[in-house]
Design a protein around this ligand. Sequence first.
Ligand code: G3P
Ligand code: CA
Length: 309
Amino acid sequence: MRLLAVLLFCWVMAPVAAMADGIPIVIAHRGASGYLPEHTIEAYEKAIDLGADFIEPDLVFTSDGVLVARHDRWLDDSTDVADRPEFAARKTVKPGKAEPDWYAEDFTFAELRTLRARQVFPGRRKADDGKFLIPRFEEILELARDAQVGVYPEAKDPAALAALGHDFTAPLLNALGRYGFGPGGLPVFIQSFDPDFLRGLRNRTRIPLVMLVGVVAGAESVTLEQMAAFADGVGPYKALLIDPQGQDTGYVKRAHRLGLFVHPYTFRDDWVGEGFADIRAELQAFLALGVDGLFTDFVDTAVAVRGVR
Ligand code: G3P
Ligand code: CA
């Protein structure tokens, strides 16, 4: 039943409702990252087991052009690269990060595959550190296809990576097509913080595009009105929707009036938004606003509050 509803959405390309059945989708942010090291096959599998409608891979490139799942181009916080003497000389400083680090685009896929993932967030279970591989995008697509859930890839730093010779557009769209994701097929959204990247994609695909909007209200790179020209939905930082006094800012209504669906990020059982007694109260408040989906590190909690499909 859940799959049928998801497929229906993709076929009709509903401009406002994120799901044809009107039920908000639960997006597993970096997999079940509240429980397992993020962006690993094991974390995505657990998210699917917990009832995720979509799994979210953040994507970067290796030096040999392979799309892999990492939240950042740098590797120190999410892998054991610092413990590998053979890679010590790769540590470097690049624009956008003051401290030296190791970067995915400086490793071949075979080299990256020798690393093991780590839990990034303080206070979360670290017993699985050192066990899991960095997955390539195709492995994630295969998993999602076989489990019949959606994928919600984010292109990370598309301008910087394009300047290094790694353009997301063709590899991303080709991989999705090969595994059957897209209009008329399995459900997918493509997200980015870069409006120019999404504008370029608009001419190449009918896959729903989601403009991500960052933390600081008033500092958005594009307005809702502007993004409505090239995106189908918006992925705002959650505090843009409900202010610290607990008041609805009107963001969801404005976006809906423009035909944009709204998928705020990120809901965390262990890091509840300011002013909420607990995560359930926070989730209920956002669902009451009429959001069309939400990103969460703890899929089971979101599914429990939203209700099982
Ligand atoms: O993509 C939605 C959300 O993940 C954006 O924030 O930094 O966790 O990728 P980030
Ligand atoms: Ca993301």
